[in-house]
Design a protein around this ligand. Structure first.
Ligand SMILES: Nc1ncnc2c1ncn2[C@@H]1O[C@H](COP(=O)(O)OP(=O)(O)OP(=O)(O)O)[C@@H](O)[C@H]1O
Ligand SMILES: [Mg+2]
Length: 382
């Protein structure tokens, strides 16, 4: 429902902090510039905006920039992920409930609409909203008024609503899963975020940004891409869009021993990620090496999730509902393990697996023997 968000730091190309909220949206393709210009147009008013686009295209970033550019920027931006709430409690989550309205309601509870009062309510994955809630939703959009579950007194709120979906709501309407009246109301002002395929030129900009950012966070030298590496990234079909590209580039930097990222490094990593049917070229890497990578990647993902949970816990223990800023910054800021810890552990295990045989361990790790020697010294391993 509430989740941490890794948004790029607001840095300009020259490394200066910038104050333009739109700078978090990278890219200079005509398609993305069009999105930015729409954001500027709608931001100042209170109009409800529907943000559409495939998964990972940056819909949440768009929602955040609208809020940040709006007169409500000092008020909360509250995110509700409609797909994450069980149908049975949806209504009480969004509208709140009065004490005693159902068996376990032992006190009055504010819903999301109230929490976002004066600010912006971001209804993510609105296509997942239960039909019976959609009826009431339309009414709130029109009047700003609603009843808490079990309540009799109408509550009035003043807030901006932004909704997002990666579904074709028109199709959902046709299939009876989304109300037509709400759909028409929402789509009046909509921003369609383009997929990466529609703006291949942005791939380089994003890749370079994500790589540098990741390296900086992890105390690594700034990565340099060979032109061929960038060309290959650009040619790849990123079904998961910017999110997939970001994850890919981060693991590329994490697994690459040197700062120079070659075209071959990209291809072999892509081959690994995609499986053989999408291979741009034949890859002959020993299976144990791929196993190692899988472990490493899993560890990285675990670390990210752990950090997200830590972040959430920290937020929950630090403030009441109003102070919970659902749009908090990078999970990486609350560091659990460093990459070095993971690397050290991976090397230790490989050495143990091969009874200390460094040549075999190096091969399994996919690194040169010399690099392994250096790392063993660096980490004080035997
Ligand atoms: N134009 C962009 N510039 C920089 N980072 C971006 C851009 N677009 C997306 N990202 C990053 O990609 C990731 C996915 O973005 P976001 O969560 O906004 O996508 P989404 O469209 O909401 O995806 P989903 O449909 O899966 O919820 C985030 O880490 C976000 O910071
Ligand atoms: Mg999203």
């Amino acid at each position: 429902m509430r989740r941490p968000n890794n948004h790029p730091d607001k840095m300009t190309e020259h490394g200066n902090r910038s104050d333009d909220p739109l700078d978090i949206i990278l890219g200079n393709s005509p398609a993305i510039l069009q999105v930015k210009s729409l954001i500027r147009q709608v931001a100042a008013s209170d109009i409800t905006v529907l943000v559409t686009g495939e998964s990972g295209t940056g819909k949440e970033l768009v929602a955040r920039s609208i809020h940040e550019l709006s007169p409500r920027r000092k008020e909360p931006l509250v995110t509700l992920n409609c797909g994450a709430i069980p149908e049975g409690i949806f209504e009480s989550e969004i509208f709140g409930h009065e004490k005693g309205s159902f068996t376990s309601a032992d006190h009055r509870r504010q819903g999301y609409f109230e929490m976002a009062d004066r600010g912006t309510l971001f209804l993510d994955e609105i296509g997942e909203m239960p039909l019976q809630v959609q009826v009431k939703m339309l009414r709130v959009l029109e009047t700003g008024r609603f009843l808490r579950v079990g309540g009799t007194k109408e509550i009035q709120v003043n807030e901006r609503v932004i909704a997002a979906t990666n579904k074709e709501l028109g199709v959902e309407v046709a299939n009876g899963r989304f109300r037509q009246d709400l759909y028409y109301r929402l789509k009046a002002v909509s921003i369609a975020v383009p997929s990466l395929r529609e703006r291949p030129g942005d791939v380089r900009i994003l890749a370079i940004h994500f790589a540098s950012e990741f390296a900086e966070r992890n105390g690594r030298p700034k990565p340099v891409f060979e032109p061929e590496a960038l060309a290959r990234l650009e040619r790849h079909h990123w079904a998961g869009n910017v999110r997939e590209l970001k994850n890919f580039v981060e693991s590329l930097v994490a697994l690459n021993q040197e700062p120079l990222i070659t075209g071959d490094a990209v291809s072999s990593q892509l081959g690994y990620v995609m499986g053989s049917e999408n291979l741009p070229m034949v890859i002959t890497r020993p299976p144990e090496e791929l196993d190692r990578e899988l472990i490493y990647r899993t560890l990285l993902e675990l670390r990210q999730e752990l950090n997200s949970i830590k972040g959430l816990l920290q937020q929950m223990t630090q403030g009441g509902p109003h102070e919970v800023d659902y749009s908090f910054s990078s999970a990486e800021e609350i560091d659990a393990y460093t990459l070095d810890d993971l690397e050290r552990e991976q090397i230790r295990r490989a050495l143990a697996d091969f009874n200390g045989n460094r040549r075999q361990a190096a091969r399994a790790l996919g690194i040169g023997e010399r690099t392994l020697y250096r790392k063993i010294r660096q980490y004080g391993l035997k």
